[in-house]
Design a protein around this ligand. Structure first.
Ligand SMILES: O=P(O)(O)O[C@@H]1C[C@H](O)[C@@H](CO)O1
Length: 421
């Protein structure tokens, strides 16, 4: 075994109560949640994803938690005793030195941080060690979550609403609410983005039984697409028939203004072009077919209902039908990219939705997509405008009343099979 080097200074060492044994395969899965770095790859706190691979790293491996405040990204130092993936043996993770009781900047002691770090890590380890986590959820896990929800609420929603950035308050419209934090629901991922609260809210919207995702999951958070779309299949299993996906989007169409609404007519799944499709991998026939069509992804009757509701509400002039282009994010688009997408036929651009829609259609759910135009995409090299998340959230807050009215008017009109002419 190579001699054990000193830990990098930026790593705050934490003591493990005892060596933690994990199979090498578990470490591979942990890469989705935490970053792993060999000695050579470590460049300090500025780096959040070093992308070393424990299974091939010849040097000791450090593990930190993605998404933690950076000064806390220093969870556990490890001693990779056995790193040969072919051996299938275990990797032991040990502490480097003793903890201190020094306070961190927000008053939490290092001991608290350590406790949290260990709890987080233990959870990750448990999840990673589960055989079903080999790249996807098993049917039984979707079912487990669905059954848990059905056992914990009497609500039986027909419609699910996914709230986009800044649109989480839509969930407040529901009456007779029963809400669950994502972290309390078995198998549910966790929201990490500001403006995505991370609660599943059941209730009635204008008499219609609904469930609202107050916060969605995005590819750029580091989640694989089978996690991003996990709730959609759960909705199917609890009896939901229609999903309304909302999002914040940048307007590419020159007629679109901030605060306008776009009913999604079609989408361009850009990550899909690069092989990032949530249906990649073995098909689960109990959800749907291997090769689902997408030419009817956005339900024509639901689109008509949305357009007629907007006419009834008097804001038809602010409502468009258009094509949404989903990208991976988290960087906003360059000017050249915006021009390119616009020429391709996209009217609005965002970082979500398309994966949820693919999975929803795969399991036969009807889909209505609604984009709130929160900013105009920058298309001009002379422009000083810069897209930013604060602006997106602000536009969401400013237009929430319009979105609320649209949904409140629309929901009671949704039948199992609308046939609107
Ligand atoms: O969840 P959505 O698609 O509404 O959120 C958009 C895309 C990014 O998450 C974020 C950028 O501001 O808003």
């Amino acid at each position: 075994m190579p001699p054990r080097p000193s830990p990098p200074a930026q790593l705050f060492p934490h003591r493990l109560p005892r060596p933690l044994l994990l199979p090498v395969t578990a470490l591979k899965h942990l890469r989705e949640q935490v970053f792993l770095a060999g000695d050579e790859g470590w460049t300090g706190e500025e780096r959040t994803d070093i992308g070393g691979d424990a299974s091939v790293s010849p040097t000791p491996t450090y593990i930190g938690c993605r998404g933690w405040p950076r000064h806390r990204v220093r969870c556990i130092a490890g001693d990779a005793d056995t790193t040969d993936p072919s051996s299938g043996t275990s990797t032991s993770l040990r502490d480097w030195s003793s903890p201190s009781s020094e306070n961190t900047s927000d008053g939490e002691t290092e001991a608290d941080v350590e406790t949290r770090g260990l709890a987080f890590f233990a959870e990750m380890a448990t999840q990673a060690a589960s055989p079903s986590k080999e790249g996807r959820y098993s049917y039984e896990e979707y079912k487990e979550t669905a059954d848990w929800l059905l056992a914990n609420t009497e609500h039986r929603p027909m419609v699910a609403i996914v709230c986009g950035s800044g649109l989480g308050n839509l969930a407040d419209l529901l009456k007779e609410q029963v809400a669950f934090k994502y972290e309390d629901i078995p198998n549910f991922p966790k929201s990490t983005v500001p403006g995505h609260a991370g609660r599943l809210v059941f209730g009635n919207l204008n008499g219609k039984p609904c469930v609202c995702m107050q916060g969605r999951f995005h590819m750029y958070e580091g989640y694989p697409l089978w996690k991003v779309t996990f709730p959609i299949r759960v909705f199917h299993l609890i009896g939901v028939q229609t999903v309304i996906v909302t999002n914040a989007a940048g307007g590419l169409n020159e007629d679109y203004r901030v605060g306008h609404i776009m009913v999604i007519k079609d989408h361009i799944n850009f990550p899909g072009f690069a092989g990032q499709n949530p249906l990649m991998g073995p098909n689960e026939d109990r959800f749907g077919p291997r090769f689902p069509p997408m030419s009817d992804a956005y339900d024509r009757d639901l689109r008509k209902l949305a357009l007629s509701a907007s006419r009834d509400l008097g804001f038809a002039a602010e409502l468009h039908e258009g094509v949404y282009c989903g990208l991976g994010g988290p960087s906003f688009e360059t000017i050249a990219e915006c021009r390119f997408l616009n020429r391709l036929g996209a009217d609005a651009v965002g970082m979500s939705t398309v994966h949820e829609v693919v999975v929803a259609r795969h399991c036969g759910l009807r889909v209505l997509g609604i984009s709130l135009i929160t900013n105009q995409a920058v298309m001009d090299y002379n422009s000083e405008a810069r897209a930013n998340h604060e602006e997106v959230l602000k536009a969401g807050r400013e237009s929430e009343k319009m979105m609320e009215k649209l949904l409140t008017t629309l929901l009671p009109r949704i039948e199992t099979n609308n046939n609107v002419n």
